[in-house]
Design a protein around this ligand. Sequence first.
Ligand SMILES: Cc1cc2nc3c(=O)[nH]c(=O)nc-3n(C[C@H](O)[C@H](O)[C@H](O)COP(=O)(O)O)c2cc1C
Length: 346
Amino acid sequence: MQLRDLTLPNRVWLSPMCQYSADERGAPTSWHLAHYGARAAGGVGMVMVEATAVAPDMRTTAGDLGLWSKHQVDAHRRLAELIRSVGSVPAVQLGLAGRKSSHGIPWDNTGTRHPVSPADGGWQPLAPSPLPFSGLTTPRSMSAADIDRVLGDVERAARNAHRAGYEALGLQGSNGYLFHQFLSPLANERTDAWGGDLERRLRFPLAVVSALRAGWPAEKPLVIRTPVTDLLDGGVTTDDTEVLVARMAELGVDLVDINSGVLVPEAPRPSEPLENTRFAPRLRKLGMLTATSGSVTEAHQLHEAVPNSVDALLVGRAMLRDPYWALRARGGPPADVWPKQYHRAF
Ligand SMILES: Cc1cc2nc3c(=O)[nH]c(=O)nc-3n(C[C@H](O)[C@H](O)[C@H](O)COP(=O)(O)O)c2cc1C
């Protein structure tokens, strides 16, 4: 698959999944090298490294990766080199947590649905409007200066991702994070230039895309995880998304990674394998490349979906269970598929 100057060896990619295992300065650790290295050697066409914050207050937890300091860039460089050296393509997903910020990590005493206060090492979340996410701290409504600062952070993180040697850049624009919060009337109640009708709600997401493109080389591809619909009355609709996607194409987005129903925990959430592929035809008609993820466990599901319904597939949890999922899905004689170091296993 070709995305700008990048040639990908195949269309099954590791879906970005937070490991909550950064060092105390937000940099990748030995865990990340082992985890991503195994999956890169396991035959995925691209490794999308987990949501990596553009600034300290845009992390979800204290265990998140970041890309705002030299220490972080240096550690990401080792990770990107490792992924490339074993035959995959290194990509990183940038993250802006917004109101889904400053919570616990899954295995600590607090968990992801519990706020961590500044007294316990947390921070004040920022969002378009002071509407809390499901029991987390009430966010502070972003001022024009906050918005400017965050857009600057986005551009710096994109530049740092390039310096670290990543070959594709992703953005967590869905799942109820800041990009999605500005887009959805259910999270954005602003009455200034950044909220209200669709045009105003699009302003922040499109400014983020412009900031990404300003910091990221023209020859390298940009992938945005995009919510197609909130599946809730009054939320983002597929008509809104068509406008968003057309505008993102003009601003230099190469592929949208689609999902739906993830703004708030109460939203209906598609759980059937490949359910979100039903939204792809409308976006493909606009000339946009598409990918999706969701409950894929079997090779036949991959082969049904790609390239008929979507241009690429991201696989998440199945690859946590099995780093060699992509090699197994490829099938064929082991000597043609598996790394030569493993041939004596067959
Ligand atoms: C442990 C875990 C961490 C995740 N972290 C992220 C993330 O950092 N960024 C993101 O866009 N999605 C994240 N997701 C969602 C996955 O990328 C994926 O879209 C979702 O799990 C559905 O695909 P699957 O059924 O193949 O796992 C995460 C999912 C899991 C299970």
